[in-house]
Structures are given as structure tokens and as C-alpha cells.
Write a protein that binds this ligand. Structure first.
Ligand SMILES: NC(=O)c1ccc[n+]([C@@H]2O[C@H](COP(=O)([O-])OP(=O)(O)OC[C@H]3O[C@@H](n4cnc5c(N)ncnc54)[C@H](OP(=O)(O)O)[C@@H]3O)[C@@H](O)[C@H]2O)c1
Length: 265
């Protein structure tokens, strides 16, 4: 099986998303980076964001080196709503005055057993995973609706629909994201804005690198048998933002190697 980096560094180009602009949050690494690179390879002009300016620049360089268009803009999405609105305005400006595609990917997954979750972790989970997407959609989706077109994709998690004994609040934030996906599809869909989600399974990223053994153990008994690659999530996002998904509204697509849906033993 080809590695994530092998695939990302040799993506074929096409023009399926030519003329569209995309804001991908949390695209300085992991799943978001793959989404940014895949959307750019399909012709979208992409705004790469995260807190780390160096990594953002690296992703922009990778995109431009392969002929794509991208800009970097740093932001802390755990910040107060006013700062996130200011970031969205700057992002829109960097993209020439229009955000056509919004991918709410940035997310944090700290905290293990419920009694050990700190106040800071609780705050970060709520602020980054739920409040920030809400602020971005509240600002940008009405503008998409005014233009009569736009797509939002929210990145959820396989954990949103199963109980696991080692994390409770993080899956709850992702369950909130799934419900927001359905609600926003109803709220903005009639005005031309499609809203959907992708629920990744255990995916090998920088964020999960410290838990590689756990990832391997979790995925061993799935049909896929190995962790998801970030690019697999990115392909699903590319489908959902494309015109081919015109009748997909309010859905969350599992891209988890069968983790949530199956039991092999
Ligand atoms: N990996 C998995 O197994 C898995 C499974 C299910 C769902 N997910 C979800 O998929 C998404 C991406 O996960 P990942 O594994 O790719 O994560 P990751 O490797 O930790 O990368 C997270 C990305 O989000 C950005 N980010 C984190 N906190 C931020 C903040 N406060 N402000 C702005 N940007 C922030 C990071 O950028 P900076 O470091 O530059 O700030 C980075 O680009 C998350 O929503 C996660 O919950 C992941």
C-alpha cells in the first residue's frame, strides 16, 4: 500500500475545482494538510492555516511546487470568537474576496479518562472543535448563500457514535459537529450551500504519532486492517465539495476502514 506522502507528492492534477477558493482549517499537518493538497491538485485556490507559520509555509510550498495555488495564514482557533471572525475576514481577503469551500478540520483531542480532564482541556475541546466551526459558518455560510453557492465540510470522528472507555468529552464535541452538520444543511441548503461531514477512523497523523501502537491495535481488527491515511479523508472531502455530490446534504461519510460499522470477531 502506498504511503500518505507518496500519494500526496505525486497527485495527478485536474480542474474539477478550478475557480473555487477553499479555506481549510488545521491544514499545517495531518488530515488538513492532505485536504489542502488534494483540493489544490484539483484546481482550488487554498488558504492553509494553523498556529504554526513554518509548517503552514511548508504546505504552501508543497502545493505551489506542484503547480497549485495556496496562501498561508496563521490563526489560533481556540481564541475568542472575535479573533476568529477577524481571521475569517483575512482569509477571505487572501482568497480574493470569496470563500467558496470551507473545511472545518482543525481539532484537538486531549484528555483521557473523565476525572483527569483538566479545565484547560475542556475549554480547548469546546473552543476549537465546536465554537470555532460555528463562528466560521455563522460568518461565511450566509455569504455563500448570498452568492447562491458554497460547500462546508466538517471533520467529525468515528468516536462520535460509539462509546469508548478512554475518551468522553472529545467524542461529544464530534457528536456536536455531526449534529451541526445536519442542522446547517437544513439552514443553508435551500440557499445553495451544501453542508456535509467526514468521520475519520483512527488515522496516522502527527497528532496521533505518539499513539502508533494503539492505532495499530485499534485498526488490526477492521476490514482495512491498518490505520487510515490522511489522504483517504482528503479524497472524501474532495468528493463532498465537488458538483458530483450535489445531492449529498447533511450527511457524514465514514472513512474509517470499517472501524465503526463492523466487528470481525
Ligand atoms: N487522527 C485521527 O485518528 C482522527 C480521527 C478522527 C477524527 N480526527 C479529526 O481530524 C481532524 C484533524 O486531526 P489530525 O489527526 O490531522 O490532527 P493533527 O495531526 O493534530 O493536526 C491538527 C491540525 O489542526 C491544527 N490546530 C490544532 N489546534 C489548533 C488551534 N487551536 N488553532 C488552529 N489550528 C489548530 C494544527 O495546526 P497547528 O499545530 O499549526 O496549530 C494542525 O494543522 C481533527 O478535527 C480530529 O479531531 C482525527
Amino acid at each position: 500500500m502506498r504511503t500518505n506522502e507518496e500519494i500526496l507528492s505525486s497527485l495527478p492534477s485536474d480542474s474539477a475545482l478550478a475557480g473555487r477558493t477553499a479555506l481549510v482549517t488545521g491544514s499545517t499537518g495531518g488530515i488538513g494538510e492532505a485536504v489542502a493538497r488534494v483540493l489544490a491538485a484539483s484546481g482550488a485556490e487554498v488558504l492553509v492555516s494553523g498556529r504554526d507559520a513554518g509548517r503552514a509555509r511548508g504546505v504552501v510550498d508543497a502545493i505551489t511546487a506542484s503547480g497549485g495555488r495556496a496562501h498561508a495564514l496563521t490563526a489560533d482557533l481556540g481564541a475568542a470568537p472575535g479573533e476568529i471572525r477577524a481571521f475569517a475576514e483575512r482569509a477571505q481577503e487572501a482568497l480574493g474576496g470569496r470563500v467558496d469551500l470551507l473545511v472545518n478540520n482543525a481539532g484537538v483531542y486531549p484528555g483521557l479518562l473523565t476525572p483527569s480532564v483538566t479545565d484547560e482541556e475542556m475549554e480547548a475541546l469546546w473552543a476549537t472543535n465546536v465554537r470555532a466551526p460555528h463562528v466560521l459558518v455563522a460568518l461565511l455560510a450566509p455569504r455563500m448563500a448570498e452568492r447562491g453557492a458554497g460547500v462546508v465540510v466538517n471533520v467529525g470522528s468515528w468516536m462520535a457514535r460509539v462509546g469508548v472507555p478512554y475518551k468522553a468529552l472529545y467524542p461529544a464535541t464530534k457528536a456536536a459537529v455531526e449534529q451541526l452538520t445536519r442542522a446547517w444543511a437544513a439552514e443553508f441548503g435551500p440557499r445553495g450551500v451544501r453542508v456535509n461531514g467526514v468521520a475519520p477512523g483512527a488515522t496516522a497523523t502527527r497528532g496521533t504519532a505518539g499513539n502508533a501502537d494503539q492505532l495499530a491495535a485499534m485498526t488490526k481488527a477492521t476490514p482495512a486492517g491498518v490505520p487510515v491515511r490522511p489522504v483517504d479523508i482528503a479524497y472524501a472531502v474532495r468528493y463532498l465539495v465537488s458538483d458530483e455530490a450535489a445531492f449529498v446534504q447533511g450527511a457524514t461519510l465514514d472513512v474509517d476502514g470499517g472501524l465503526a460499522a463492523t466487528r470481525l470477531r
